[in-house]
Design a protein around this ligand. Structure first.
Ligand code: SF4
Length: 385
């Protein structure tokens, strides 16, 4: 293998945001120590198994990796360097505003980080309250300034469609992101799952019933679908006006600042994911670690492999991922990779939604239209069927 992308999952958070369904866990020092020891073991084992390839892109996500102490970051870096040739073109760490102090930032830079992705979510006190976030609106600008001073690229994550959000409030959030001059912006609609995710068990007492009630109440107070569609269109217009290219359904970037690591996912490339809940795509096989910390720690101690996703539909998933990108799906290359039957299946799925104006097929290239980006799931369910 000539090079690899690596995702490292750090599940710890200072508090659990009630809408979040990532693999998270409380940041107690005992749990962190046990987890990092297991993570280091897993990294070492994978490095040997894969023949110590070069790391081309690295993404440390969570959870809140920016909560790690400098010495924990250093031991993670040492493990990665020992197991892999760590010379990434891009290395991102996810950070929450108000967690990334100078000492931690220096430690991440020593590990090789080139980019920080900040979970701003909103710049308004109402938005942060509605989302159950604990940071203050002004914390994001402070974090961005500190990261910029170190010469790193910055992505901001924003959420739209929170309970009570108006179009004016969303315009203000977008304007605040643009005013900070960040390189990249991700905008996600608030989606509230009403079934418990596996990592609920990582938190003392579980508390799923409390979360479920919060989510039901929040869902009832969200803007309706037509308003959410308008909020998305506003993001498209405002970010284009500010010079950002809309290169993926939920992602905008300045020229040459798109996320190289995430492009590996969207281009159906291969990557190794380590840590609780991390997914991998290697040798054409999708697999995942358990999101429950107890199960993950036991698996690593017993040297057991990741769970292989036997339900995976590689051809359907590759088509769906390509359609997320502005350059769309090259049907000729797709046919040569997955064969005529898979290509025909995708062509007929696209033909089904083309009359509704969701996709445009020109020659061998299929792309979502503006309407298709809004209703992308209508396209994806057919492509995956
Ligand atoms: S800080 Fe991020 S990862 Fe942690 S609970 Fe909140 S949204 Fe989820």
């Amino acid at each position: 293998m000539s090079g690899i992308s690596i995702y490292v999952h750090v599940p710890f958070c200072a508090a659990r945001c009630p809408y979040c369904d990532f693999a998270t866990a409380p940041a107690t020092s005992r749990l962190r120590a046990r987890y990092l020891a297991a993570l280091v073991d897993e990294i070492a084992r994978e490095g040997v198994r894969l023949g110590r390839p070069r790391v081309r892109t690295l993404y440390v996500g969570g959870g809140t990796p920016s909560l790690l102490e400098p010495e924990e970051i250093a031991s993670l870096g040492a493990a990665l360097r020992l197991a892999f040739e760590l010379r990434p073109r891009e290395a991102t760490v996810e950070a929450n505003p108000a967690t990334l102090d100078r000492a931690r930032l220096k430690a991440w830079i020593a590990l090789g980080i080139t980019r920080a992705s900040i979970g701003a979510q909103s710049f308004s006190p109402e938005g942060l309250r509605a989302l159950g976030r604990t940071h203050q609106p002004e914390d994001t600008a402070v974090a961005v300034a500190a990261i910029r001073e170190e010469g790193l690229d910055v992505n901001l994550d924003l959420i739209f469609g929170w309970p009570g959000q108006s179009e004016a409030a969303w315009r203000r959030d977008l304007a605040s992101a643009v005013a900070l001059g960040v390189d990249h912006v991700s905008c996600y609609p608030l989606e509230l799952r009403l079934d418990p995710e596996e990592s609920v068990a990582n938190w003392p007492g579980g508390g799923w019933e409390v979360l479920r009630r919060w989510r039901s109440r929040a869902a009832a107070a969200q803007p309706d679908d037509a308003t959410i569609a308008r909020l998305y269109r506003i993001a498209e217009r405002e970010l284009a006006r500010a010079g950002y290219r809309h290169y993926e359904i939920a992602n905008w970037s300045h020229p040459k600042k798109n996320s190289l690591h995430n492009l590996v996912y969207w281009r159906d490339g291969e990557w190794l994911g380590v840590g609780a809940g991390a997914h991998s795509h290697l040798g054409g096989i999708r697999s995942a670690n358990p999101a429950s910390l107890a199960t993950y720690l036991a698996r690593i101690a017993a040297c057991e492999p990741r769970d292989v996703d036997r339900e995976a539909d590689p051809a359907g998933e590759a088509a769906m991922l390509a359609l997320r990108l502005d350059r769309g799906l090259d049907l000729r290359r797709y046919a040569s990779r997955f064969g005529a039957v898979a290509a025909e299946r995708v062509r007929s799925a696209l033909a089904e939604v083309a009359p509704a104006g969701l996709v445009a097929v020109r020659g061998d290239r299929a792309r979502l239209t503006a309407r298709g980006r809004l209703l992308a799931n209508e396209v994806f369910v057919r492509v995956l069927a």
